[in-house]
Design a protein around this ligand. Structure first.
Ligand code: GLA
Length: 732
């Protein structure tokens, strides 16, 4: 096998390359680990890129060195502490027994491993066999503090992806306190870069924000205990001319769903430092003598062919080497969910006709949403009491599930296992199970509170209930929801000196639950959710192959949300439902077909009362379901390409291409029509220019080169919120 990691023993240069990308680092003067390069592959590195020596005032030098041109403050580095004369953002802060926060990590040794080791207790991208990747571990030591830092770098053989993480071993004989420990740092040489991030809000997730980086610091963070709707834990740095189709871009995604910080700093000489990891605010971790701490992973991608190629690298990694289990590559069932149909106002008698209708329309699964348990008739009660409400289901949940199954549909169920209501048996028995600071009243959000999942007995109290239901074997799907963020951070189980661990322990506890449940019930399809897309992150895809993209089902809003989400996440992760009009979030009235086309661009479902549809609408649903069954493999597992951005105008377009480019599906959307419209042109990309394609519907013939270079003119629009779907197949 060809090696992916080339080590120059004499110069201590490490070159990770797979023929597509190169990542180079080297041991510099004083044992500092320097960053050399990340970008398009070079075959061999001939040693020409030594960091220039320039004496800069107020950037100090190494101890015992007369070289004034070499400073930790300006060197391009791979990981830096504080107190060693690098005044830029540190990756690590450790309070030692003597109270000092200073560290000085210098090179000790390295090892190269075949494949990619798993990360203890944490989700991460993986390999199926060792030939897929190689991992470099560089060990740095701080002899005074007695600490060893292991920096891991994995390069995949056939992906423009590098993954990174760090582990700290306390080899001293005293406890230390980690105040900050990032997963990675990378320093980019001076250049103009744009930062692209995915900020948002509940019902307005992941819109694209692009800004030029300037001096000082920029920080994309969550302090909410979870990934959040407000700021996704992924970002892109791009050359200023980079667009969807051309130019260089670097992607970063933290594989974690707790508090994150993605920090970017432009230094005094226009170099850009990136530091990504667990948010250090309200974080500390006591590391006793002999113990170690493992950070989450960061996935880095690179493209020199624009943002689409960068996204496709993320998509393929998330789909193929992050997601796991039975549904990783399986066709996802078309579901109907009763949330927007009934909210809390339902019982079995009311739901049965929806199930009957779903069967008639070809829908494959019925999902029972919030309100089936305890005495939950509104959102004030019962979280924590995961037993069925017999008033709503006199025959038990199994009785209703049997009915759903007898109609030939799968049965799915909503849970919110991380939460507790004051009005619940769980709370009456265990008031200390929720996060609350002694002497203070915890703040409610949606009248609910957060369980202290860092505690094993708390997790157990929920798991026994969830497992009692799942053990009965009639549940085919679970929607795992989380409808508030963490506050009142204090754990009754931790001593005063360890309260800084609560946030991270929560996330580790959650992962422990998810690992146990997803491995114990491998046949269940799991869908992530947090008030829509509040927990859309790479780590969740490791446990759950799909997530509810947003509580906003309005098509105009969804164009932006799905477009932004696709910057990192593949369509197989994004669930998307056709809902009623006027839309429940925006009041907008849009055509049924357009709602179908937006929802069919991800994992399709319906979220409306099917019994209230007109006969004409029922025919439309039948047709959509039939079309989706035909295109579903292409949508869920094809290559997704963005063509026109809703953030740049009135039109949106995207396309799906199968592996051998013999099948193409294009969706175009127009938001507002105008009386004097310009003619819209659609051009495709990434086709086989030698193939001849036929429009399946109109039988029109196009060469691959024609579709790419000339495209076609869209027919004039005659109303607002218009969508169009074009399906091409290669005929030779
Ligand atoms: C969240 C979800 C919704 C629905 C409700 C139920 O908001 O995103 O889809 O399940 O909770 O309370």
């Amino acid at each position: 096998m060809k090696h992916l990691i080339i080590v120059d023993e004499a110069e201590k240069v490490f070159h990770l390359t797979n023929g597509d990308i190169s990542y180079l680092l080297a041991v510099e003067e004083g044992g500092l680990l320097a960053h050399l390069y990340f970008g398009k592959a070079v075959k061999d590195y001939h040693g020409q890129r030594r960091y220039p020596r320039i004496d800069r005032g107020f950037s100090g030098n190494l101890p015992d060195s007369l070289e004034r041109g070499f400073s930790p403050d300006t060197l391009l580095r791979e990981y830096a502490g504080a107190g060693e004369g690098d005044y830029r953002l540190p990756a690590i802060l450790v309070e030692q027994a003597n109270g000092s926060q200073a560290t000085q990590f210098v090179y000790d040794r390295y090892e190269v491993l075949a494949g990619k080791p798993t990360l203890e207790g944490l989700p991460a991208s993986y390999v199926l066999d060792d030939s897929e990747a190689e991992t470099l571990v560089v060990y740095l030591k701080d002899a005074v503090a007695g600490l060893e830092l292991a920096l891991s770098y994995t390069i995949y053989a056939d992906r423009p992806v590098i993954t990174r993480s760090a582990r700290l071993d306390n080899q001293s004989d005293a406890s230390i306190k980690i105040e900050k420990m990032a997963s990675m740092t990378v320093d980019f040489p001076a250049q103009a870069l744009d930062l692209i991030s995915l900020p948002g809000a509940h019902v307005n997730e992941r819109h694209i924000n692009r800004e030029a980086l300037s001096y000082g610091q920029k920080r994309l963070a969550s302090r909410r205990g979870t990934t959040s709707h407000q700021m996704n834990n992924t970002m892109i740095l791009a050359q200023q001319k980079t667009d969807e189709f051309t130019g260089e871009a670097y992607g970063f995604g933290l594989v974690y769903s707790g508090n994150h910080a993605l920090e970017i700093e432009r230094d005094q000489i226009e170099q850009t430092r990136v530091v990504i990891g667990i948010n250090e605010e309200q974080f500390s971790w006591e590391l006793t003598a002999g113990a170690h701490f493992q950070t989450p992973e960061v996935v880095m991608t690179y493209s020199h062919q624009g943002l689409n190629a960068l996204s496709q690298a993320f998509h393929s990694l998330i789909r193929d080497r992050v997601a796991r289990g039975k549904y990783q590559h399986a066709l996802r069932p078309i579901l109907v969910n009763n949330w927007e149909a009934t909210y809390f106002d339902f019982d079995e008698a009311k739901l049965r006709p929806i199930v009957d209708e779903a069967k008639q329309l070809g829908i494959e699964m019925f999902v029972l949403d919030d309100g089936w348990f305890g005495h939950r008739d509104n959102d004030d009660s019962s979280l924590g009491d995961w037993f069925v409400d017999k008033n709503k289901f006199p025959n038990g949940l199994n009785g209703f599930a049997d009915y759903v199954h007898s109609q030939g549909l799968k049965f799915g169920l909503w849970f919110e296992p991380e939460m507790i209501s004051e009005d619940s048996e769980l709370f009456r028995n265990h008031p200390d199970y929720r996060l609350a600071v002694p002497g203070r009243k915890p703040s409610p959000s949606r009248q609910q509170f957060v369980l202290d999942l860092g505690r094993e007995e708390v997790r157990e109290a929920v798991l026994v209930q969830v497992e009692a239901l799942l053990d009965q074997g009639y549940i085919d799907y679970i929607k795992w929801d989380m409808n508030r963020h963490l506050s009142d951070i204090f754990s009754a189980s931790l001593p005063a000196g360890r309260q800084g661990e609560v946030f991270h322990r929560y996330t580790l506890g959650l992962y422990d639950m998810l690992e146990r449940l997803t491995s114990k019930y491998p046949d269940i399809l799991w869908e992530g959710c947090s008030g829509g897309g509040g927990r859309f992150d790479i780590s969740f895809a490791y446990y759950m192959p799909q997530s509810w993209t947003s509580d906003n089902t309005d098509v105009v809003a969804r164009l932006g949300i799905q477009y932004g989400t696709s910057l990192v996440y593949p369509p197989s992760v994004m669930t998307s439902h056709v809902s009623a009009v006027p839309n429940h979030q925006t009041g907008r009235i849009t055509p049924f077909n357009t709602r179908g086309d937006v929802a069919m661009s991800g994992v399709l479902g319906y979220e409306l009362d099917l019994t209230k549809l007109t006969e004409e609408e029922k025919e439309l649903v039948k047709a959509q379901v039939a079309v989706y069954k035909d295109i579903r493999e292409l949508v869920q597992y094809g290559n997704f390409t963005r063509l026109k951005s809703p953030f740049e105008g009135n039109e949106t377009a995207w396309m799906f291409t199968n592996a051998d480019k013999s099948e193409i599906l294009v969706f175009t959307f127009l938001v507002l029509n105008s009386a004097q419209q310009s003619i819209s042109q659609v051009k495709l990309t990434g086709l086989d220019s030698d193939k001849i394609y036929e429009n399946v519907e109109t039988k029109e013939i196009f060469g691959g080169d024609e579709l790419e270079h000339m495209g076609w003119f869209e027919a004039p629009a005659d109303h607002d919120f218009l969508s169009r779907r074009y399906h091409f197949k290669a005929i030779k």
